[in-house]
Design a binder for this molecule. Sequence first.
Ligand code: OSB
Ligand code: MG
Length: 372
Amino acid sequence: MKIERIELHQFQLPLVHPFRTSFGVQTERTCILVAVYSGGLSGWGECVAARRPDYAYETTVTAWHVLKDFLAPPLIGHEINTPDDIFTSAGYKMVRGHNMAKAALENAIWDLLARAQNVPLQQLFGGEKARIEVGVSIGIQSSLEGLLDRVDKFINEGYGRIKVKIEPGWELKPLRAIRERHPDIKLMADANSAFRLSDAGLFNQMEDLNLLMIEQPLAHDDIIDHAELQAQVTTPICLDESIHTPGDARLAIKINACRIINIKVGRVGGLTDAIQIHNICATADIPVWCGGMLETGVGRATNLHLASLPNFTLPSDLSASSRYYLEDIAEPTFSLNSEDSTISVPQGPGSGVEVQLDRLARLRRQLEVIKS
Ligand code: OSB
Ligand code: MG
């Protein structure tokens, strides 16, 4: 199919609850959606870049710039019949990094290709599962009581895995309190790079809490220190921010920097490399799970299809739509199957969700149309 037209849409959605991590608090999301048109069909992808370059160096402004000026124009008129054809376009050959910008456009094209074949996206890459085991990611709270209330609320809703954000001064105490109250819940911590190797003693003190894993305890760009830490603690370390490419995954596995990898499709530049990292990990017996970036329904749908691959054996950061937004941009929205803490993979053609164009027109703050 020849790509005829690409659109970039930007809008903002308030979060139902502020989300605080070790690098700051977020109360709303600025969202970019990419739409790709061909032969009367459209495919949609979401860009997960944030307003600030904290979790990653990309921002909504850099992603918009790279999409509009470098990635999208060479694709107009380009013939694409398989996902690999994307990488023969001049933009994808040239641009280094900017994975979140690349992923939004690439995932839109995967969606378009699946819609053209009238099959669910997962069928294009052999994703098999129909239900994805999920958990909830809880930001840093202002009080221990507030945290415990939130944990109780999500457990009552049926979430079977709790992840809490930690930072220096907010680690052992909150984790111990949750563990005492819920001796059997699957529990893990995400530090978003807030600690140093010299904090190894702190992670040793967590050993008796039976944590599923500790996510990204050390610097985003320091795989070696993670290997040193993993040698000193028995709790599995999971890498998030450190893994941007299949090469990063191979390096981390080779030097035992982690025992688990969190795959975020935006962080690794799109479904193609996300699938490749999944395969590398499967071969090495490293289980993976799908990370989240507070996506709208568009990105959440992509994530659910990705997580249907067999080596996604740990609960993913994919919660019900209502946990993030009052009104989503796409339908149907996602709800939790509370009996087994899963979310079902949408089964319509492509990603299985439809962007609500009236809502988009109402909320949109910026639009760019790229065509010949
Ligand atoms: O580190 O996993 C992270 C959200 C924004 C940036 C980084 C992270 C997160 C989450 C949210 O933990 C997970 C979700 O979307 O539910
Ligand atoms: Mg993380």
